[in-house]
Ligand binder design. Structure first.
Ligand code: PGA
Length: 252
């Protein structure tokens, strides 16, 4: 991980209720203690963010959103602005998750705008990129990831990556139990870093690139030990306190 502080972020997606969220947050807080080598974040559904803020305040765990609107405020019924997430103490926000791209029609341009909106609000975007199974099988992985990154770079510039995190999440590995092998993941992570490095070597050397897609307690260590994997974005396993704590320890 060469000097980059690892980050383990939990993406709770649309799971849980007040009671289960509260229990999970408390268990994580006591399980992590006051200090952790790796940075740890949880991204609960919007409605449980105030609960996360209350429970995690003063702990080593930070919190974030799973999405935001591109606008800073206004007549956008049902949407949440970056400033509102900041107002609740969020550090991070996930942008361009494959579920948002596939199920809610978010294209590269919209994702680049959300990334900009996140940074304008003082949030650190966790920019998700990754190919589908068909794209991988037709050897399109690098083209797809490059295209997803290029739209963000064109709009926001390479310098914006000093305040961003990239998450490589092969769509075929999300929620499927099929993890990319450490070698497969490392190859794409190295590609991403080299691509950013063509524009600015310092920035590419500092940016954290997380792996996401069926990370578990049992495979985290091997993934995180790859030179260009700087932690993980964890879905299913972040809902189970013990499993998530095992993944955190793997990053430490
Ligand atoms: P998973 O999800 O860990 O359940 O595969 C990862 C993600 O969607 O961020």
């Amino acid at each position: 991980m060469s000097g980059r502080r690892p980050l383990v972020a939990g993406n709770w997606k649309m799971h849980g209720n007040r009671a289960s969220s509260s229990a999970l947050l408390s268990t994580l807080r006591s399980g992590v203690g006051a200090k952790a080598q790796a940075e740890i974040a949880v991204c609960p559904p919007y409605l449980y963010i105030p609960l996360a803020a209350e429970t995690l305040k003063g702990s080593a765990i930070v919190w974030g959103g799973q999405n935001l609107d591109v606008h800073s405020s206004g007549a956008y019924t049902g949407e949440i602005a970056g400033a509102m997430l900041r107002d609740h103490g969020c550090t991070y926000v996930i942008v361009g998750h494959s579920e948002r791209r596939a199920l809610y029609g978010e294209n590269d341009v919209l994702v680049a705008e959300k990334y900009a909106a996140a940074q304008a609000a003082g949030l650190i975007p966790i920019l998700c990129v990754g190919e589908t199974l068909t794209e991988r099988e037709s050897s399109q992985t690098e083209n797809v990831v490059a295209r997803q990154l290029d739209t963000v770079i064109e709009k926001n510039g390479i310098a914006s990556f000093t305040k961003a995190v990239v998450a490589y999440e092969p769509v075929w590995a999300i929620g499927t139990g099929k993890t990319a092998t450490p070698e497969q993941a490392q190859a794409v992570h190295a590609f991403i870093r080299a691509k950013l490095g063509k524009l600015d070597r310092n920035i590419s050397g500092g940016v954290r690139i997380l792996y996401g897609g069926s990370v578990k307690g049992s495979n985290a260590k091997e993934l995180f030990s790859q030179p260009d994997i700087d932690g993980g974005l964890i879905g299913g396993a972040s809902l189970q306190a013990e499993e998530f704590l095992t993944i955190i320890r793997a990053a430490d």
